[in-house]
Write a new protein. Structure first.
Length: 103
């Protein structure tokens, strides 16, 4: 019985490098949610500072534009209404997620 030809062993390929334009993975205590899934107490950060959600989200324009009231963490008297597209995801720190991590 003839022997099977031996297959050439291939070297392991290196992992693909990070693609340009893709953001690095977020820390484990953050969550990405749709604007309508925001909850009171969620915190978010942008170029102007840290913000906390103080009101339930509501939509206008047939559900295409969710709005939510937020206030500055360091200046509780400063409130704004933020607007997103219904398809955009928002990165937040959930109070429940932080408490679960402490246990």
């Amino acid at each position: 019985m003839p022997k099977c030809p031996q297959k050439k062993r291939q070297k392991a390929k290196p992992a693909q490098p990070q693609l340009p334009g893709i953001p690095p993975p977020s820390p484990p205590w953050t969550t990405r949610v749709l604007p309508m899934q925001l909850q009171i107490g969620d915190r978010m950060t942008d170029s102007t500072g840290d913000w906390e959600v103080v009101g339930r989200p509501y939509t206008t324009a047939g559900g295409k534009n969710p709005h939510v009231r937020v206030q500055r963490v360091d200046k509780p008297g400063v409130t704004e209404t933020r607007l997103w597209g219904s398809y955009e995801k928002v990165t937040v720190i959930r109070r429940a997620t932080v408490e679960e991590g402490k246990r």
